[in-house]
Design a protein around this ligand. Structure first.
Ligand SMILES: Cc1cc2nc3c(=O)[nH]c(=O)nc-3n(C[C@H](O)[C@H](O)[C@H](O)COP(=O)(O)OP(=O)(O)OC[C@H]3O[C@@H](n4cnc5c(N)ncnc54)[C@H](O)[C@@H]3O)c2cc1C
Length: 401
């Protein structure tokens, strides 16, 4: 058994900070370091595509910890990038040249945005992951530009909605047949598309970007059907890659993120992972998954810490029902479970036109997911039902009650 005197948490955002808090709550009294490459204190990302982008919130509202950090007795190492990991020596090397020793480690390095392969170096093209990204886009939107959003996943759709709420001309471009088709399936995706179109966002689905045009600054985007979308600002929101390059060659097994077992333990003893970076086997769905949602980062941080500090053989599996929310215009979309486009979809309550509905995803009679538009209370009950491996019939009763 590894004696835990020093724990290093790498990644100083939601999962990393919560891991530090759970470690101290578990009465760990040894040395604790939180290493993060951003210079800001840990902050919350969801408002970056919503309130911050629209200029309604200033960055000081985003602090993930309102209390002092002193009580945590943590060595807060901000602006420090981990560049490699030596699992034999149990040391993490930082870009500054410093080396941090550890007995136990929580990997919480999350993800970074992907760019398009043909994305040129033109002014006016942005991606959104960090506070600095959000403030840069917000400043650009203040000039009242025409906006093109490439990628209609959650972040892209939220950026498009926020820009439209600012009164801007917005075009959203998506390679799949509808927005959010991959996560919610095309039928629910179509509802999201119509909600955007009803409010004036132009949506091009099933279209790829052929080229960006402009001399120093982008002035238009050419689509693969020959359409030219005029724009002064482009936000590329085509997805996230797990931030694992610093782990290559370390012996920590990688597979679309950090490969973990059901307990969130990695292939190296005494090293666990949590949040957007963790790819773990979820026994509830009998498959591996990597979840990029806020609630998962918090719940996994708690569980990964429990695994790290557990006596050998006592760690428990992280059986979880993923959960998310997404605010677009005045619509609160909430989802639970892990649906696939091939699942049976039943609209159990409400209608697409009213933008108030509950849709259920069933697989061989079992409830595997649910999404609600402006119907918050039912989702918690449906989440519990999925956790109990409940059936679609029971879900229908909940949704219709
Ligand atoms: C704009 C935006 C809006 C969102 N909105 C919602 C929402 O409405 N609902 C929802 O459920 N979820 C939302 N999310 C997702 C949610 O914020 C993420 O799931 C959550 O931030 C994951 O936390 P994390 O700590 O695992 O990873 P991250 O937040 O990605 O944090 C990882 C940290 O590690 C740092 N890091 C990376 N590599 C290194 C390294 N080598 N050395 C040191 N530090 C490193 C990163 O810079 C970062 O600070 C949103 C995300 C974004 C970006």
């Amino acid at each position: 058994m590894i004696e835990m005197n020093r724990i290093a948490v790498v990644g100083a955002s939601l999962a990393g900070l919560r891991a530090v808090e759970f470690i101290r709550r578990a009465k760990f009294e040894g040395q604790l370091a939180l290493i993060g490459d951003e210079t800001h204190l840990p902050y919350d990302r969801p408002p970056l595509s919503k309130e911050v982008l629209r200029g309604e919130w200033e960055p000081d509202r985003l602090a993930l910890r309102r209390k002092s950090y002193d009580d945590l007795n943590v060595d807060l190492m901000l602006g420090q990038r981990a560049v490699s990991l030596d699992t034999d020596a149990r040391e993490v090397q930082l870009e500054s040249g410093d080396t941090i020793s550890f007995d136990g480690m929580v990997i919480a390095t999350g993800g970074h945005v992907c760019g398009l392969p043909n994305q040129p170096q033109l002014d006016g093209i942005y991606t959104l992951r960090t506070l600095d990204d959000s403030l840069a886009i917000r400043a650009a939107l203040a000039a009242k530009p025409k906006v093109a959003v490439i990628g209609a996943g959650f972040i892209g759709a939220e950026v498009a909605a926020s820009a439209q709420q600012l009164g801007l001309e917005v075009t959203m471009i998506e390679a799949l047949e509808t927005p959010l088709a991959q996560s919610l399936g095309p039928r629910v995706g179509r509802i999201v598309q119509e909600a955007h179109e009803r409010r004036g966002v132009r949506v091009h689905c099933g279209r790829r970007v052929e080229a960006f045009r402009g001399t120093d600054r982008v002035d238009s985007v050419l689509l693969d059907d020959g359409t030219t979308v005029e724009c002064d600002v482009v936000v590329v929101g085509i997805g996230v890659s797990p931030s694992v390059s610093w782990l290559e060659g370390s012996g920590v097994e990688l597979e679309d993120g950090v490969r973990c077992d059901a307990t969130l333990a990695t292939s190296v003893p005494g090293i666990v992972a949590a949040g957007d970076v963790a790819n773990w086997y979820n026994p509830l769905f009998e498959e591996r998954m990597r979840v990029e949602h806020w609630t998962n980062a918090v719940e996994q941080a708690r569980h990964a810490v429990a695994t790290l500090l557990a006596t050998p053989g006592e760690a428990k599996p992280f059986e979880s029902v993923p959960m998310f929310w997404s605010d677009q215009f005045d619509i609160k979309i909430q989802g639970v479970g892990w649906p696939k486009p091939t699942d049976e979809l039943i609209v159990a309550r409400g209608t697409a036109e009213s933008e108030k509905l509950i849709a259920l995803y069933g697989r061989a009679g079992r409830l595997v997911g649910a999404v609600a538009f402006n119907q918050p209370p039912k989702l918690i009950q449906l989440r519990m039902l999925i956790g109990k491996r409940g059936g679609v019939d029971e879900a229908l009763e909940i949704a219709e009650s």
